[in-house]
Design a protein around this ligand. Structure first.
Ligand SMILES: Nc1nc2c(c(=O)[nH]1)N[C@H]1C(S)=C(S)[C@@H](COP(=O)(O)OP(=O)(O)OC[C@H]3O[C@@H](n4cnc5c(=O)[nH]c(N)nc54)[C@H](O)[C@@H]3O)O[C@H]1N2
Ligand SMILES: Nc1nc2c(c(=O)[nH]1)N[C@H]1C(S)=C(S)[C@@H](COP(=O)(O)OP(=O)(O)OC[C@H]3O[C@@H](n4cnc5c(=O)[nH]c(N)nc54)[C@H](O)[C@@H]3O)O[C@H]1N2
Ligand SMILES: [Mo]
Length: 774
């Protein structure tokens, strides 16, 4: 299925690209047939069928697709089109084996697109690139791990190493990985969360006292009267969430979508798993759609909070009860008066400019809120990847607090996580800023003094690489080179580091931008049977709603040489820390229950881990605000906040670009070249722009353009970054806004352009201009 345009990592326009009208509904029968076709094609019929029925079932494996929770009683097969694609990607019969690496020099692979790299198949044995060589060659596990251990032991300082994690790593492997890093002596544990929900964690910790969502699946399906879906494209990225929204609607709940793009999944949903959905026209999901401008949500929620305040004034003046939950505010919150004063001073001209919405649209939303007893707000990357993301999410929390929408059924904050275990990895201590309490517990369990200084996050790791401060860059999963901003900077920096080590399932760009020496270590994926230590091992994961459960792979491993992440890390730890280290690494490797035992003593909420996780559906971690309206913040209350609004002013003739996912990718893994719901076929170099914005800038639909980002450096000089050869697509996005796919557009995102406080790359608000291609 590869076409000419996909042969090279080229900036030439894609000649076979086809654009049709965007869809208004998601996930109908064609969706699942399409998804199944992927599994059957890639994995072979028998393997595919063996895989799907055990997906997300008790005793089966956790879908590597996304972190949306499984219902208590899953349907016969709780899977979705994109889950099927994720499995196909892992269960593929293709192999990037020694013969493959012998045939293709690294310099050639570096010219391939991400799509083509991924299609090379599963990695099969440890591969080493020697200094100066243009090829990877096979090495034994012993040689590979001794090499890494030797390099780690020879560091001038422990902080010359950084240990990256992507959110597919199991709880057990994550726990051991952070333990190894801290035993070496560093908190340099950057993870994909830094680019993902870091803004949510930061804002929620400050305001509610815990950086996780406060709702359960039942809150949405059974109790909420209003579900607000803001900055999220569930039809593509969390398709099973649509089923939950459908249940909510059947009970009469309303759904409000807030997004610059009219995403298909938020418009109409055809549930493929239900007869009615199959034969009928589908459910209209969103009752109200606010087409906000990019980065306009802070102003929007401030305006909503102001209007709620005014509605309360009006009601009380008229002698009615107010509309705010005064009892909750008095008993459980802090800072209300200051926040209220700030809302009263809000400048409506700023709201108009930032949101691009009519006042009547915002008032309509406020009416929905006032009509609803219980409100849930769900969000994803549309809220987290902007300069003022943390402030925006704080303001969303204030919105919930005003009417007591936290800590009762059907209400709360729901950051919808990305990677299937990204939340669990953080719970296990994958964090460059661990809490003192976590480090104390680790110290007590393992009898050592962990480092206390904060380590590098993702952006700081790129800077450290660029500035030559790192000697070892290790990654368990992920694709650091492609996922991080400012690709040119990151790619150049990675090539200079003395040793890169990637524990991966599949070939990706990070492997073909190797350090001076580079190791690619192949590991088992979620779907595969793990027989480490001669017994069948299970691992555990935590979903977006703090449910911890087991995952057991069922397929035969892609190669006999694969090792589990846990086994690799234990072996590496043993070689690095030497026989004098008292940690029972070998026992950890051969019996993961021993790891869970250690976790149960270090991480609060995991008491009696082994027994509780064996129960059907697992167990739910404690969440004081959700469970008891207890807020472990610095004030001991839920905090209202005052957030100064900085309206993003895009210079004349420029556009604000967001970098998003197509329907045919998982982050940097490109499954295929279509974005069905947005009408794109057989290409990815497209930029979606409002028709009037195109005309005003002298362009027409179908023109080939270059995207040029403009970033003022500290001294005020403008630095330009370019991504060339894109098809301009006239699209009903909000005015002044554009959208294009990452990772291709990561080259446009300046490294220093990050969210205040969370340091998350602001990859949803990049100022660009379009340039005519000649
Ligand atoms: N199939 C599939 N599933 C996935 C992934 C995948 O790549 N493929 N990735 C996983 C991961 S790691 C994550 S984090 C999630 C990502 O899930 P999403 O956050 O849904 O992913 P994005 O494609 O980044 O889409 C961002 C959405 O926010 C909107 N948006 C952007 N900026 C703004 C804004 O300023 N305001 C508002 N209101 N809306 C805005 C965009 O129009 C878009 O609808 O999905 C997870 N699941
Ligand atoms: N411009 C822009 N950039 C972004 C984003 C954006 O919206 N816009 N989104 C950001 C977000 S939300 C995220 S989460 C990051 C994602 O960043 P990463 O998590 O680093 O990237 P992925 O593409 O998810 O990683 C895919 C690779 O993981 C490996 N892999 C898959 N499964 C396994 C496994 O089970 N074990 C191991 N060891 N390896 C495995 C495979 O080799 C595969 O190539 O990207 C961020 N980058
Ligand atoms: Mo993510």
């Amino acid at each position: 299925m590869t076409d000419v345009s996909d042969d090279a990592r080229t900036d030439a326009p894609e000649t076979t690209l086809r654009i049709g009208p965007p869809r208004t509904s998601a996930a109908g029968v064609p969706g699942v047939v399409h998804g199944l076709a992927h599994v059957l094609d890639e994995a072979g019929v028998a393997r595919g069928l063996r895989t799907l029925p055990v997906l997300n079932q008790h005793g089966g494996f956790d879908c590597p697709g996304c972190a949306w929770p499984e219902p208590g009683k899953p349907h016969l097969a709780e899977f979705c089109e994109n889950g099927a694609k994720a499995i196909a990607e892992e269960a593929t019969r293709k192999r990037a084996d020694a013969a493959f690496f012998a045939e293709h020099p690294i310099s050639e692979l570096a010219t391939w697109t991400d799509h083509r790299l991924g299609k090379a198949g599963r990695l099969t044995e440890p591969m080493l690139r020697d200094e100066g060589s243009d090829h990877y060659r096979p090495v034994s596990w012993d040689e590979a791990l001794d090499l890494v251990a030797g390099e780690l032991r020879g560091l001038g300082s422990p902080d010359q190493a950084a240990f990256y994690t992507s959110g597919r790593t199991s709880n057990e492997a994550a726990f051991l990985y952070q333990l190894l890093a801290r035993k070496i002596g560093t908190n340099n544990l950057p993870d994909c969360s830094n680019m993902c929900h870091e803004s949510s964690g930061t804002a929620l910790t400050e305001t509610l006292g815990i950086g996780k969502g406060s709702v359960s699946l039942e809150d949405i399906t059974d109790h909420a009267d209003l579900v607000v879906v803001v900055g999220q494209n569930p039809g593509t990225n969390h398709p099973r969430m649509l089923t939950a929204l459908e249940h909510a609607k059947e009970r009469g709940a309303r759904i409000v979508a807030i997004n610059p793009l009219p995403e298909a999944g938020l418009q109409t949903f055809k549930n493929p798993q239900r007869v009615k959905g199959v034969v009928g026209a589908g459910t209209k999901l969103a009752d109200r759609f606010l087409q906000v401008r990019l980065a306009g949500d802070l102003a929007l929620f401030q305006a909503v909070n102001r209007l709620l305040l005014e509605a309360d004034d009006d009601a009380r003046t008229a002698g009615h009860p107010g509309v705010l939950d005064r009892a909750f505010i008095a008993e459980h919150t802090s800072g209300f008066e200051r926040a209220a004063a700030a809302w009263r001073a809000l400048d409506w001209a700023d709201v108009d400019a930032a949101t691009g919405l009519d006042r009547s649209e915002i008032e309509g939303f406020v009416e929905d809120v006032l009509a609803a007893k219980n409100v849930v707000v769900c969000w994803a990357m549309g809220l987290t990847q902007h300069k003022q993301s943390v402030a925006t999410i704080r303001e969303v929390v204030s919105f919930l607090l005003l009417r007591g929408n936290v800590g009762r059924p059907g209400a709360g904050a729901c950051p919808v996580r990305g990677h299937s275990n990204v939340q669990g990895d953080r719970t296990m201590g994958i964090w460059e800023r661990p809490t003192p309490a976590f480090l104390d517990a680790l110290a007590a369990e393992f009898g050592f003094e962990p480092p206390r200084e904060p380590g590098y996050d993702v952006v700081e790791t790129v800077r450290a690489l660029r500035d030559g401060h790192l000697r070892v860059f290790m990654a368990v999963g992920g694709n650091f080179a492609a996922a991080t901003p400012d690709s040119a900077v990151t790619e150049a920096a990675l090539r200079e580091v003395p040793l890169t080590v990637h524990v991966s399932t599949k070939l990706n760009r990070s492997h073909v931008l190797p350090g001076r020496r580079s190791l690619v270590l192949p590991c088992l994926g979620r779907t595969e049977r793990d027989l480490t230590g001669g017994r069948e091992q299970v691992v555990t994961v935590e979903d977006s709603m703090s449910v911890v459960h087991t995952s057991r792979g069922r397929l035969a491993p892609a190669s006999a040489s694969l090792r589990s992440e846990t086994a690799i890390l234990c072996d590496l730890a043993r070689r690095t820390l030497g026989p004098e280290d008292p940690t029972p690494w070998e026992e950890f490797a051969t019996d993961y229950a021993r790891v869970r035992d250690a976790i149960s003593r270090v991480v609060p909420g995991f008491e009696d881990f082994e027994r509780r996780v064996a129960e059907p559906g697992g167990f739910v971690l404690p969440h004081p605000p959700r469970d008891a309206r207890v807020f472990p913040t610095t004030t001991g209350k839920a905090n209202f906040t005052v957030n100064e609004l900085e309206v993003v002013r895009v210079p004349e003739g420029r556009l604000l670009l967001q970098t998003v996912r197509s329907h045919d990718q998982f982050n940097t893994t490109v499954y295929g070249l279509d974005d069905r719901y947005r009408g794109v076929r057989n290409g990815r170099r497209v930029v979606f722009v409002h028709p009037d914005d195109l005309t005003e800038r002298g362009f027409a639909d179908g023109d080939t353009v270059h995207l040029v980002s403009e970033w003022p450096d500290a001294d005020g000089a403008i630095t330009e970054r370019r991504a060339e050869g894109f098809r301009a697509v006239s699209f009903p996005t909000a005015r002044g806004c554009a959208a294009a796919y990452f990772p291709e557009t990561n080259v446009l995102v300046p490294l220093d352009h990050t969210a205040d406080q969370s340091n998350t790359p602001a990859s949803k608000s990049v100022v660009i201009r379009l340039e005519a291609a000649r």
